[in-house]
Design a protein around this ligand. Structure first.
Ligand code: NAD
Length: 340
């Protein structure tokens, strides 16, 4: 059984990926310092999978602690590196926090992986690296524009760091997954996205508005050059996204990779405007949302959606859950969180 280290395993995408990895026969272990998560998410994963999962509470920015972890935890076959800070507005307000946390942690884990002979590495990147792309849908070959936020730059620079590391360490193999907009929750409603402080992503804002935690939802801008003036996003269900990580790790461990540095887009391939997403939520859940139109928000990309041909042909992966399922599972999770 291959053993995979998942960093950020108590976070939103990491925890859903643990489930998919376990259900596909992988052994898993996590590092998460709970900077943006709680142990409860992992407890719920254990409930769903029936498997005890060890999380090491380590700050990945602490090189010595990371080194010590690998001294004691042997036989790791691959790493999926999720751990990072992810809020665009927070990164605009405090860029150094973002550069330090997201890049120092990446450097430490890469160096330790290499020293410990761990050859398979999957990195969480983001469509934010494309900035305001000139052509849509974006493929992996679409030229990168300036990122729209320090967060986006941490992903552009992170990709660059891995590219240079892959060149000097040809024995290691990397898949960089550029996620579009992960949404929804596990069908059990036992885990989902737990926004830290104030939610910044659209779907948690929608569900919190519907449940009454937020009075009214603001649509940031309706004067963009899009079909209804609001921003366009490509939403992908978190369990579909999770499964792409399993497929990426299988691809690496089965030695199917033809290059040791591979970038792959993960989205649904469909662009929905923010207003369309709001209406999809209303239709899927029969809830009426209270929303208003506000001004544009700094750091927002106008429109982005993915060409996912490479993911389907290289990994044999295909998203299976539609926007209604995304909204319904997110809503079920929100209701469950409020019962606790
Ligand atoms: P999340 O905040 O839910 O999870 C990230 C986890 O990493 C948290 O549990 C946090 O405690 C942990 N972490 C952060 N810094 C750490 C450190 N220095 N040491 C140890 N643990 C640390 O975020 P998520 O939504 O699960 O995102 C996972 C990855 O996917 C991130 O790299 C994020 O940038 C990327 N991503 C997310 C989205 C999204 O919309 N959710 C979109 C594109 C890319």
């Amino acid at each position: 059984m291959k053993k995979i280290l998942v960093t950020g395993g108590c976070g939103y995408i990491g925890s859903h990926t643990l489930i998919d990895l376990i259900s596909n026969g992988f052994d898993v272990i996590s590092i998460d310092n709970h900077l943006r998560s709680h142990q409860q998410q992992l407890d719920a994963v254990e409930k769903i999978t029936g498997r005890k999962i060890k999380n090491h509470i380590i700050d990945l920015c602490n090189a010595e602690a990371v080194h010590h972890f690998f001294e004691t935890e042997k036989n790791i076959d691959g790493i999926i590196h999720f751990a990072a800070l992810k809020s665009v507005p927070e990164s605009v307000a405090d860029p150094m926090f973002y550069y330090h946390n997201n890049l120092q942690s990446l450097i430490n884990i890469l160096v330790s992986a290499q020293k410990n002979n761990i050859k398979h590495f999957v990195f969480s990147s983001s469509c934010s690296v494309y900035g305001n792309a000139k052509e849509l849908p974006v493929t992996e070959l679409t030229p990168l524009q300036n990122a729209e936020s320090p967060y986006g730059y941490t992903k552009q620079i992170g990709e660059r760091i891995i590219a240079d590391f892959a060149t000097t360490h040809p024995e290691m193999n990397f898949i960089l997954l550029r996620y579009f907009n992960p949404v929804g929750a596990h069908e059990s409603a036992l885990i989902g996205e737990v926004p830290f402080d104030k939610p910044n992503n659209l779907v948690p804002i929608i569900t919190q508005t519907a449940i009454g935690k937020i009075n009214s939802l603001t649509v940031f801008g309706n004067d963009y050059d899009t079909k209804d003036g609001s921003c366009v996003r490509d939403f992908i269900h978190v369990m579909d996204l999770a499964n792409a990580h399993t497929k990426a790790m299988e691809h690496l461990t089965h030695h199917k990779n033809q290059t040791n540095y591979n970038i792959i887009n993960l989205g649904s391939g469909n662009g929905y405007t923010v207003l369309e997403a709001i209406h999809a939520f209303e239709n899927a859940t029969a809830q009426k949302l209270n929303y208003t139109i506000g001004g544009r928000r700094e750091g927002d990309t106008i429109a982005v959606y993915a060409d996912i041909t490479k993911a389907t042909t290289t990994l044999g992966w295909k998203p299976t859950r539609d926007i209604n399922t995304m909204m319904l599972t997110a809503w079920n999770w929100e209701k469950k969180m409020n019962q606790q």
